[in-house]
Ligand binder design. Structure first.
Ligand code: FDA
Length: 309
C-alpha cells in the first residue's frame, strides 16, 4: 500500500500536466513560492545569487531552466543561450559549473543533434575552464543520455559529468558499467513519476538503493557528487568515507538552492565541499512542481502564501 506521501507525490506530478494548473501557476507561482527555489528569472539575478553563495564558500552550478524543445531551431536557440551563460560565468570568474538537460538540446528529435550540440557547449566550456553536467531526465531518456555521455568520454571530453537516479532499477547496472570509465557522477533519488516496472515503488527501497550506489561510487575511481538533502544519506556518506579512507577531494555534497540552507552551511563548516545548484529562467514551472512533489508539505507553504495574498 503506497504511503500518503507517495500518493501526494504522484498526484502533484500528475497535476503538473493539467492545463488549468499550468495557467494558474504561470501567473502566480513565482509569488506563491517558486522564488524560494529559483535563483531568479534572469541571468543577472542568478549571477547575483551565485556571487553571494561563492562568498559564503559554496560552489555553484547554474542551470537555465527548460526542457524538451520541439524543433532543431529551438535547440539552436538553447545552445546560443547556454553559450551566453558559459561566457558570462567565465567573465564573472565565479566558482560555478553548468548543468543541462539533453532534451533541451534536441534529444527527442535526434540523438546525434543533441550530442553535437553538447560537444559545441563542452568545447566552449573547456576553452573557458568550466565543467558541465548532464542532468538525468525521466527513464525514457536514460539509455540515450548515458550513450551520449559515453560517446563524449570516448571523444576525450573530460569536463563532463552525468547523473544516476536511485529510484530506477537499472541504475545499479548502469553504475557498474560506468565505473571503469572513472565517471564524474551525481547521485540523486530521482524526481520523475515512474512506473513500478522501471522504478522502486517504495521510498525505503529508493533510499536503500541510494546507499548501495553511494558506497559503490565512493569506492570507485571517479568523482561522486552526493546530491541529496537527506540527513541519513549524508551521514552515511561521511561515515563510509571515513571508514574507507576516501579522500574528501573524491566527493562533494550538492543541494538545491533554497532547500535546507542550514544543513548546507553545517557541511561547509565541517570542511566538506558543498555545491548549491542555482536554477534560473522563466521556464521554472516543471522544476517548481517537482520541488513541490518531493515534499508535499511544500504545498501547505504555497497554500499559506495563497491565503496571505
Ligand atoms: P528526500 O526526498 O527523501 O528528502 C529528504 C529531506 O530533504 C526531506 O525530509 C526534507 O527535509 C528535505 N527536502 C527534500 N526535498 C525538498 C523540497 N523540495 N523542499 C523542501 N525540503 C525538501 N533529480 C533527477 O531526477 N535528475 C537530476 O538530474 C537531478 N539533479 C539534482 C541536482 C541536485 C543538486 C539535487 C540536490 C537534486 C537533484 N535532483 C535530480 C532531484 C532529486 O532526484 C530529488 O528529487 C531531490 O533531491 C529530493 O530528494 P532527497 O534526496 O533530498 O531526499
Amino acid at each position: 500500500m503506497p504511503s500518503l506521501n507517495a500518493m501526494a507525490r504522484s498526484a502533484i506530478l500528475a497535476a503538473a500536466h493539467n492545463r488549468a494548473t499550468k495557467a494558474f501557476m504561470g501567473r502566480y507561482g513565482m509569488r506563491l513560492g517558486a522564488s524560494r527555489f529559483v535563483a531568479g528569472e534572469t541571468l543577472d539575478q542568478c549571477v547575483g545569487v551565485i556571487r553571494v553563495l561563492n562568498q559564503q564558500g559554496f560552489k555553484c552550478n547554474a542551470t537555465l531552466l527548460g526542457e524538451a524543445v520541439a524543433s532543431a531551431a529551438d535547440a539552436d536557440r538553447a545552445v546560443a543561450e547556454y553559450q551566453g551563460l558559459i561566457k558570462r560565468l567565465a567573465t564573472e570568474r565565479v566558482n560555478c559549473n553548468v548543468s543541462i538537460k539533453l532534451t533541451l538540446l534536441g534529444l527527442d528529435l535526434d540523438e546525434e543533434l543533441a550530442e553535437s550540440n553538447m560537444v559545441q557547449l563542452l568545447e566552449l566550456s573547456a576553452e573557458l575552464g568550466l565543467t558541465m553536467r548532464i542532468d538525468m531526465e525521466d527513464s525514457v531518456h536514460v539509455a540515450s543520455t548515458l550513450k551520449i555521455y559515453r560517446n563524449l568520454l570516448a571523444r576525450g571530453c573530460d569536463n563532463v559529468g552525468v547523473v544516476l537516479q536511485s529510484c530506477l532499477r537499472r541504475s545499479a547496472a548502469d553504475l557498474e558499467s560506468l565505473l571503469p570509465l572513472a565517471p564524474n557522477l551525481r547521485l540523486v533519488k530521482g524526481a520523475y513519476l515512474e512506473s513500478r516496472e522501471v522504478a522502486f515503488p517504495d521510498k525505503a527501497e529508493v533510499d536503500d538503493n541510494y546507499v548501495r550506489l553511494l558506497e559503490q561510487a565512493l569506492r570507485g575511481a571517479g568523482y561522486t557528487a552526493i546530491a541529496t538533502h537527506d540527513d541519513r544519506m549524508i551521514h552515511h556518506a561521511i561515515t563510509f568515507a571515513e571508514q574507507h579512507q576516501i579522500p574528501r577531494d573524491h566527493f562533494e555534497f550538492q543541494m538545491l538552492y533554497g532547500i535546507r540552507p542550514q544543513l548546507q552551511r553545517e557541511l561547509l563548516g565541517k570542511g566538506f565541499t558543498v555545491l548549491v545548484a542555482t536554477c534560473y529562467g522563466t521556464h521554472w514551472y516543471p522544476f517548481f512542481m517537482r520541488r513541490l512533489a518531493e515534499r508535499p508539505a511544500n504545498v501547505l507553504f504555497l497554500a499559506r502564501n495563497l491565503v496571505r495574498r
